[in-house]
Design a protein around this ligand. Structure first.
Ligand SMILES: Cc1ncc(COP(=O)(O)O)c(C=O)c1O
Length: 477
C-alpha cells in the first residue's frame, strides 16, 4: 500500500526531536502514548516533566556559549514567568535548575510565599514583579522586601507606581527597582505602543527628577518585552537595538543600573518540521548587547530573561479519542473528538494558534484530509487545515480506507496535540466552568529516573466531576 500515513510523514518530514514511531504507534520523549491511554483513558493531558529542566539547561548552556564567544563577562539569570503555568509540579521541576521567578499579580505573591515556606526558593532568589499594579499587589511586594527578600525587584510600569512603595516600605528599608520601557508594537498591530511600561521619552526625566532624588530606591534594571517574541526578523532586531540604546543612555546618567531584562518570547516548535536556530538567536542577542554598550562606552549589564512558553510549552501534550467520523457533504470529513479544543486549547480559538498534531496509532493506515471537531456545540470549536497551515492529513479510521464503516470492535484512533504546556490552563480556567459543562481532562505527570531511565507516571488530577461544577454554580448538593 503506498498511501499510508507513515509513508507520507516519512517522505515529507525529517524525524523531529521528541517524537518517534514504533510499530505504527507514537512515542513522545520515548514514552508510549498508547500505554498511557490504555492506563488512563482519554481525554488525557500529559506533562513530561524532564523536558522543563532540559529546556532551562539548554538556554543556560546557549547563553554560556554566547558569553564565551563574545567574551561577555557578566551574569546570565534565567527567570521563569509563572503566568505561563502556575502548577506546583512545573515550578518544582523548574526550580531544581537554580533559576528565578517573574510574577504578574498579587496572587503570585502567595505562590512566592508558598515556595519560600517549602524551601524551594530563598531570600536571594530574584523575584521580578511585573505588570500594571493595583495597590494590593504593591503592598504585597513591599511586604516581601520588608521581610528581607533581598532580590525582589518591582518593575515600574508607570511613573505613579513608585509613590506607593514609599507608603508600604518600612522607613529604613532600601529597594531595588526596574523600569519597563513601553515597546513599540509591530507595524501591523492595532496600536503603536504597548500599554505596558513607561514611555521611552519619559524614562530619563523620571529617573533624574524622581528616582535619583529618593535615595531609598536604586534603579538597577531596565526591562522590555517585544510583543512578537524573539524572532530573526528586521522588526525584532530594530526594536532590540533601539531598546539597547535606551539602556546605554540611561546607564550614562544612572551608574547603579547593572541589569538588562529582555523579557520572554523565546520561540518553541509549533510544527513537526520546524527548526529553530536557538544558538544563532541567543548569540546574536548577546552580540548586539555587547556591541551597543561598547560603542556607547558603557559597561555591559547582567542579562535576565523571563521565558515562559520556552520553559514549559514543549513538556505538554493532550490526547483525545476520535469518537466518530461525520461526512456532512461529499467533500468534508469531520473527526469528532471526545473533548473540546476551545476549552482545553483556547489559543486555537483565541489567537488561531497552530499546534503539532499527530495520530497516536494507526500510522500504517491510509490517510485522508479531515477537520477536527471539538465536543462543545460551538461552531468555532474546531481545528482545520487552514489553522494548521498545511493540509490536515490524518490516518483513516479503518485500515482498508475511508469507505469502510467503523467496526465496533475496531480500535479507536487517538490524536495528540503537542507542545501545549504553556498558558492553556491559565486561559481556560483550570477546573472551573467551561463551555457546555465540559470538564477539565485528567492530567498525568510523567517523570524519568535520571539514573535508570525508567519512566514513572502519576495521576495529578482525575477528570473534573459533575459535583465540582454544580458546586461552583451554587447548586445545593
Ligand atoms: C513581562 C513578560 N515577561 C515574560 C513573558 C513570557 O513570555 P513567553 O511565554 O512568550 O516566554 C510575558 C508573557 O506575556 C510577559 O508579559
Amino acid at each position: 500500500m503506498t498511501n499510508r500515513y507513515i509513508d507520507l510523514i516519512e517522505q515529507t518530514f525529517d524525524p523531529a526531536e521528541g517524537f518517534k514511531v514504533i510499530d505504527g504507534c507514537l512515542y513522545f520523549h520515548d514514552v508510549s502514548l498508547k500505554a498511557l491511554i490504555d492506563q488512563y483513558g482519554t481525554p488525557l493531558r500529559i506533562t513530561y516533566l524532564p523536558k522543563i529542566s532540559s529546556q532551562i539547561q539548554k538556554a543556560k548552556r546557549l547563553f554560556q556559549l554566547a558569553f564565551e564567544k563574545h567574551q561577555y563577562d557578566k551574569q546570565y539569570r534565567y527567570c521563569f514567568c509563572t503566568k505561563s503555568s502556575h502548577f506546583s509540579f512545573v515550578l518544582e521541576e523548574a526550580l531544581k535548575n537554580n533559576i528565578h521567578i517573574e510574577t504578574s499579580s498579587n496572587y503570585d505573591i502567595d505562590l512566592v510565599y508558598n515556595l519560600y515556606q517549602h524551601g524551594k526558593i530563598n531570600k536571594d532568589t530574584f523575584i521580578i514583579c511585573n505588570g500594571f499594579k493595583p495597590r494590593e499587589y504593591i503592598r504585597r511586594i513591599s511586604g516581601l522586601i520588608n521581610e528581607g527578600h533581598r532580590n525582589v525587584i518591582p518593575v515600574i510600569d508607570n511613573m505613579e507606581e513608585l509613590h506607593f512603595y514609599t507608603k508600604y516600605l518600612q522607613p529604613e528599608v532600601e529597594c531595588k527597582i526596574g523600569i519597563r520601557v513601553a515597546a513599540e508594537e509591530e507595524p501591523t498591530f492595532e496600536f503603536y505602543t504597548s500599554r505596558l511600561g513607561v514611555r521611552y521619552k519619559d524614562i530619563i526625566p523620571f529617573y533624574e527628577n524622581v528616582v535619583k532624588k529618593n535615595n531609598r530606591f536604586q534603579l538597577k534594571m531596565l526591562h522590555f518585552f517585544i510583543n512578537t517574541g524573539i524572532k530573526d526578523e528586521t522588526y525584532y532586531w530594530n526594536e532590540l537595538v533601539k531598546l539597547l540604546q535606551m539602556y546605554c543612555d540611561l546607564k550614562k546618567v544612572c551608574p547603579e543600573l547593572t541589569m538588562l531584562n529582555i523579557g520572554g518570547g523565546l520561540p518553541i516548535r509549533y510544527a513537526f518540521d520546524s527548526n529553530i536556530d536557538y544558538e544563532y538567536l541567543i548569540s546574536e542577542i548577546v552580540y548586539q548587547i555587547k556591541e551597543t554598550c561598547q560603542r556607547e562606552g558603557v559597561d555591559t549589564p547582567d542579562i535576565f530573561t523571563e521565558f515562559g512558553n520556552f520553559t514549559v510549552g514543549e513538556s505538554g501534550a493532550i490526547v483525545f479519542s476520535v469518537l466518530a467520523e461525520k461526512h456532512q457533504n461529499d467533500r468534508e470529513s469531520w473527526y469528532m473528538l471526545d473533548g473540546s479544543l476551545m476549552t482545553t486549547l483556547p489559543d486555537i480559538y483565541g489567537i488561531k494558534q497552530r499546534f503539532i498534531l499527530l495520530p497516536v496509532n494507526k500510522w500504517k493506515n491510509p490517510y485522508q484530509t479531515v477537520t477536527i471537531g471539538g465536543l462543545s456545540c460551538d461552531g468555532n470549536d474546531f481545528y482545520s487545515s487552514k489553522l494548521h497551515r498545511n493540509n490536515l492529513y490524518l490516518p483513516c479510521l479503518n485500515a482498508g480506507g475511508k469507505d469502510l464503516p467503523m467496526q465496533d470492535d475496531d480500535e479507536k484512533l487517538y490524536l495528540g496535540f503537542f507542545h501545549v504546556g504553556a498558558y492553556q490552563e491559565s486561559l481556560s480556567g483550570y477546573g472551573g466552568i467551561k463551555h457546555c459543562l465540559l470538564p477539565s481532562p485528567k492530567h498525568v505527570l510523567v517523570q524519568r529516573n535520571p539514573e535508570t531511565g525508567e519512566i514513572s507516571t502519576q495521576l495529578f488530577a482525575p477528570e473534573q466531576n459533575a459535583a465540582s461544577m454544580l458546586n461552583i454554580l451554587g447548586y445545593e448538593m
